[in-house]
Design a protein around this ligand. Sequence first.
Ligand code: UD1
Length: 367
Amino acid sequence: MSAPHVIQAGNPVLHVLGARPNFVKAAPVIRALDGRVQQVVVHTGQHYDERMSEIFFRELSLPEPDVNLGVGSGGHAAQTAALLTGLADEFTRRSPALVIVYGDVNSTIAAALAAAKLHIPVAHVEAGLRSFDMTMPEEVNRRLTDQLADLCLVTSPEAIGHLAAEGVSPDRAHLVGNPMIDTLLANLDAFDTARARATHGLPERYVLATLHRPANVDDPDTAAALVGHLHGVADLADVVIPVHPRGRATLLAAGLADHPAVHVLEPLGYIDFVAAVRGAAAVVTDSGGLQEETTILGVPCLTVRPNTERPITITHGTNRLVSFEDLVPEARKALEAGPHDERRRPPLWDGQAGPRIADIIMEFLGD
Ligand code: UD1
């Protein structure tokens, strides 16, 4: 049995980053804590390709990780087990005052669990989101991480209610805004849509697609059905799809690239990707973050999922949930309707989530 963790002056806060969306959320938090507390960045290595990882560190000016655990890919059990072991060793060695975890990926729950077992407090950035779909690995990760977190840092007001319903005391939950949107707003001037068109040989009007959820891309028959509907969208407008490594094999085997108006790309860096999103007439996705980014950019977003943990992107943004069968008719409607008017932004999606999170963390640490 490990000894209780003692918070000492001078102990660092330790950020655990593993997968692509973590990097975008952590950048403003790390920046806002700079000079206020010693910081350690642990990269788990869950994502390891240059295009899934290093390019984000460069573009977002994230500090070089203090260590990369090189955990890599694997089944959920094997990957989570490797994450737990590597992170527990690192936490023991560095004795952080607080472990900060982001989002809902396997690195998030593993870090929260490893820290809790060592009696190290945990802050969870993007707490309380719920799809209520326990077949999604992310929903399992979110629920368990929030049970373990001492600070639940919330991006969307309904999340406070979800946490309360699960017995999380209200004094652990703080509505702070959305750090992914901090990163978006901080880089707005860099998202050059003309350059993205020129770089990727895109026409004036195109649809941008990203699809990587296990439920959509892992099973070859499902992937083939999805590709059929994407080809239907490509009959209406060019479709550009930067392909995540998870879905690559099944989507290509299903003939994704066989339509002349489908442009299959490698995964893009942050700036190039959001520029391509900003210039799109519509987005087709199963990503979580992209539902939020399109909410701010005003780009119509068709989310190919039966549910979303981000309903605020529907009430305040441009997002719609669509079935496979609805994809082509909804894309037609979105293309005919054209760009959206200015929307009411979700509360506190104002580019200041990082500083708010930093203040709460410093208060928790007793300044
Ligand atoms: C993970 C997250 C998901 C998030 C996504 C963003 C979990 C459970 N899922 O999904 O919530 O939306 O990241 O990208 O944590 N691979 C590579 N290179 C890489 C990383 C992955 O080739 O750098 C391939 C490997 O074949 C791997 C597969 O992609 O097996 C899946 O990677 P994994 O980290 O398990 O989950 P993602 O699907 O990326």
